[in-house]
Design a protein. Structure first.
Length: 215
């Protein structure tokens, strides 16, 4: 009997923790980062606020748990690690192109991550600083893979990738939060997004084939 009771308590704890973690996403999407209070989160989860302290100690730890599981770039890079080890025939260009296009599609659909990224670039936060450092650590795995292929070539792939990643984030946030076009491109329409996808592909092709200037 004690064994069965223990399992029940464990399952209840896991379910409650899951509710609280999911509630962070609900509040973030509805109220943005200023709304991430213990009152709002516990209400969205439908549980006693005391359980936040019991299971996570602080609301900051709860939010960190949620954010760590939601950062697309980190997740995409982690999944790509195995791919790097299999010597992909399309090389680093193909890997980066897939990562960027998947990032744009995933970020476009993930309203919670849109709020999280807006938080990341507008408020100083230790949680977001940690995620940024972790993303850099994981991105280093890709660049180490690419450096071997580009050895001896004057290609600043890190600078190009920085511009493309930042551009994707901004364009998606612009499309979601304004009612205007960007450079006369309607990013709320498939045709507009297809133009951005094609531009990403072309930029990467030029990066790998054109001679770079050092000035």
């Amino acid at each position: 009997m004690p064994r069965k009771l223990y399992k029940g308590e464990k399952n209840d704890k896991e379910r409650t923790m899951g509710k609280l973690i999911a509630a962070v996403g609900v509040v973030l999407q509805e109220k943005g980062y200023p709304g991430l209070t213990i009152a709002n989160i516990s209400k969205a989860a439908g549980v006693d606020r005391k359980l936040v302290y019991l299971y996570f100690e602080t609301v900051e730890n709860l939010v960190e748990t949620y954010i760590k599981g939601k950062d697309f770039w980190v997740s995409a890079t982690v999944h790509a690690v195995e791919y790097f080890g299999k010597a992909p025939t399309e090389g680093s260009k193909g890997v980066l192109e897939a990562l960027l296009l998947n990032q744009m599609d995933g970020f476009m659909e993930n309203k919670e991550m849109q709020k999280a990224v807006a938080w990341q670039i507008s408020e100083k936060s230790e949680i977001m600083s940690y995620i940024s450092r972790e993303r850099e650590r994981m991105s280093a795995l890709y660049f180490a893979f690419a450096d071997k292929e580009l050895e001896g070539k004057e290609v600043d792939l890190r600078a190009v990738t920085s511009i493309l990643v930042a551009g994707i984030y901004y364009l998606v946030l612009h499309a979601e939060n304004t009612e205007s076009t960007f450079c006369e491109i309607d990013l709320t329409e498939k045709a507009g997004l297809d133009r951005i996808r094609l531009a990403i592909k072309n930029i990467l092709s030029w990066t790998y084939t054109q001679k770079w200037t050092t000035e």
